[in-house]
Structures are given as structure tokens and as C-alpha cells.
Design a protein around this ligand. Structure first.
Ligand SMILES: *Cc1c(COP(=O)(O)O)cnc(C)c1O
Length: 336
């Protein structure tokens, strides 16, 4: 069976006992009735768990939908600003919605090009997306740098900090949302909570902005089925913590292994994936495919020549990947 390490998913499905509860809850639902309009019950549960006001939470069927909504909310004729390389959905939505796309290349060590970003923030207006931890580079930007950008964007921008991987970095930038009314934190159930297939995400922002953004997200866009899963997961969310701990331990193992291979350079990661550079990305990728292991090529992206990205899987999947990458590094190096 193919080992799938290409989408930064959790390698584990929802525990059986929770799936049973989901099935029971679904059976009790009236499918003829509309769901709660903005997922009020799930929002209240999230609010209680996060210690965040419920009227400052906007739910959606995955954070991708919120990215779309936030580009829309920035308004016609506005700009979308991001770094590059970054999460592909930001430039995609900018293009689809006819926004002007401004992209600033990360520094060579993947740190933020602060001056260039601040020039755009001073001269343009729109929505600024920053994934932190960053994707696909996996590094974490400091609170100091991000707050500097929050200050620089206060007048004319929405500033969206995408925290899809925050459970793996142990960071929480929502303190900036409390201090700045134009800052939004995006979260998802797709990664640490292992619900990529269910489609659930949310955004934290101040209540005034939430009221506006809620208008842009279609009413009833989250089905009763999605809401039911989200509610049950929040009632038993403790399963995620042990998985995150395992992923962190496995990530260290993977990193040390990749570092030990000649001609192979892994980059430090604060996420559940590792970006690494090889002499021949295509050959390495194809060699893994021949061994039934799928990872993700990133070598087409600016600044990521020769780079591949592997998600942290189950221990036995990571073992298989490590074995294969050792073989490949030996064969591919000996060919040079
Ligand atoms: C995986 C990921 C998401 C999650 O998107 P969903 O639509 O919630 O599944 C968001 N942002 C980044 C940077 C990601 O890598």
C-alpha cells in the first residue's frame, strides 16, 4: 500500500469510539432541516475551549474558504500581499478575484523581508497573508517581526496570520488579534486534529470585523454533518495532544536522519513536515514513488531549487521513508 506523505495530513483517522459517536449523532439529525446558520453551538464550544469570545469566531468549511472570503472582504481593486514561497491558495485566490498580487521573496534563510513588506504596506491597501509557521518552508517567524508587520499594516490592511500548523510549533499569535482590530488568525481542523476530509476551519478576530466577514461567508455553508463532527471532536479533543507529541518526536528522528545523509539538507521545521534539498529532486521523488512512497515536490518554487517536502507520518511510515531515502542518497550520489 502506498505511503502517503504529501499533504501534511494526520496519519491517523479519528479514533473509533469518536467515530461511533459521530454516527450516532448523524442518525439523530433531521436531514430535512437547515443547519444552524453560523454554527452557533460549535462556535460556543470553541469559544469556551479557547477562552475567546464567540462573537469573534467565524467558522467555515475549511480555512481555504476563509482565505477566499478574506480576499473578497478586502474589496474590489485591492491588493493581496504575501511572501514567496508560501501557501498556494493566497496567490490563487488573488488571481481568481482579480486582485493585484504583491509577493516579497523570503530572505535566503527564510526570514521575513521586513523592509520590502513594509514598503508595500505603506503604499498599498488590501489583505496580507502570512502563514506562521510558514508553509512550505516550515520555519517560524518571531512574534517581534510579526508584530512589527501588524503595526505597519494597521491603517489600510487586513492582516491574516494563518496558523494551520500552530499545534506543532506550540505558538499562539491570537494575542495580536486582541491588540489590533485588523489582525485575523486562521485555524484549521485539517492538520493536528486529523479532519482534512471533514472540512472545518475557523478564524479569530475582533467582534466588529467578525460581523463583516461573516456576511461574506455564505449562510448555511457548513453542513449539519460537519458541525456534528466538530462538536464531538471538541468534546473529546484530547486525542490530538498525544498525536502532536508523537509527530514532534518523529520529526526530530526524520530531521536527524536526513541531516546524516550526504548531499541532503533538511531545513528546521516548526510543523508536521520537513522541507529538504537534494541534488536531483526529480530523481529522488521518482525513486520514492518506485518504492510506493509519495511526498511533495517543491523544486518549482522560487528559492526552493532542488527541494522536496515530506509530511511526518506514522512511525513505521517514517521508517520506510528513511530507509528509502538512505538507499536513494547512496545510489544517486554514486551516479554523480
Ligand atoms: C493545510 C493548510 C491549511 C488548511 O486548509 P483547510 O482548508 O482548512 O484544509 C491552511 N493554510 C495552510 C498554510 C495550510 O498548509
Amino acid at each position: 500500500q502506498t505511503i502517503k506523505l504529501d499533504q501534511n495530513e494526520s496519519p491517523y483517522d479519528l479514533p473509533d469510539r469518536l467515530k461511533e459517536e459521530v454516527v450516532a449523532r448523524l442518525r439523530s439529525l433531521n436531514f430535512n432541516r437547515y443547519p444552524e446558520i453560523n454554527g452557533h453551538t460549535l462556535r460556543k464550544k470553541l469559544a469556551a475551549q479557547l477562552g475567546w469570545p464567540a462573537d469573534g469566531i467565524v467558522l467555515s468549511g475549511g480555512s481555504n474558504i476563509l482565505i477566499q472570503a478574506l480576499v473578497m472582504a478586502a474589496g474590489i481593486g485591492r491588493s493581496v500581499l504575501s511572501v514567496k514561497p508560501t501557501f498556494s491558495v493566497y496567490p490563487l485566490q488573488a488571481g481568481l478575484q482579480g486582485a493585484k498580487l504583491l509577493e516579497c521573496a523570503l530572505n535566503e534563510d527564510f526570514s521575513l523581508p521586513l523592509d520590502e513588506l513594509k514598503t508595500h504596506l505603506a503604499n498599498e491597501q488590501g489583505v496580507f497573508f502570512l502563514a506562521n509557521p510558514a508553509a512550505p518552508t516550515g520555519n517560524l517567524f518571531t512574534l517581534e517581526d510579526v508584530e512589527e508587520l501588524a503595526r505597519a499594516s494597521a491603517d489600510n490592511w487586513l492582516f491574516v496570520i494563518d496558523e494551520a500548523y500552530c499545534q506543532f510549533s506550540g505558538t499562539d499569535f491570537s494575542q495580536l488579534v486582541k491588540r489590533y482590530p485588523h489582525v485575523v488568525c486562521l485555524r484549521t481542523f485539517s492538520k493536528a486534529f486529523g479532519l482534512g476530509g471533514v472540512r472545518l476551519g475557523y478564524a479569530l478576530m475582533q467582534a466588529g470585523l467578525a460581523e463583516q466577514i461573516q456576511k461574506v461567508v455564505m449562510p448555511f455553508s457548513i453542513s449539519a454533518l460537519q458541525l456534528a463532527v466538530g462538536e464531538i471532536v471538541l468534546e473529546h479533543g484530547d486525542y490530538a495532544e498525544a498525536r502532536v507529541q508523537e509527530a514532534l518526536a518523529e520529526r526530530s528522528k526524520l530531521f536527524a536522519h536526513l541531516q546524516s545523509l550526504p548531499d541532503l539538507t533538511p531545513f528546521e521545521s516548526a510543523t508536521n513536515f520537513i522541507l529538504f534539498r537534494v541534488p536531483d529532486a526529480e530523481a529522488f521523488y521518482n525513486g520514492l514513488l518506485e518504492r510506493d512512497i509519495v511526498i511533495r515536490r517543491q523544486d518549482h518554487l522560487p528559492g526552493l531549487e532542488g527541494c522536496l517536502r515530506v509530511s511526518v507520518g506514522k512511525p513505521e511510515e517514517n521508517e520506510a521513508f528513511m530507509r528509502a531515502s538512505k538507499e536513494l542518497s547512496q545510489t544517486l550520489v554514486s551516479h554523480v
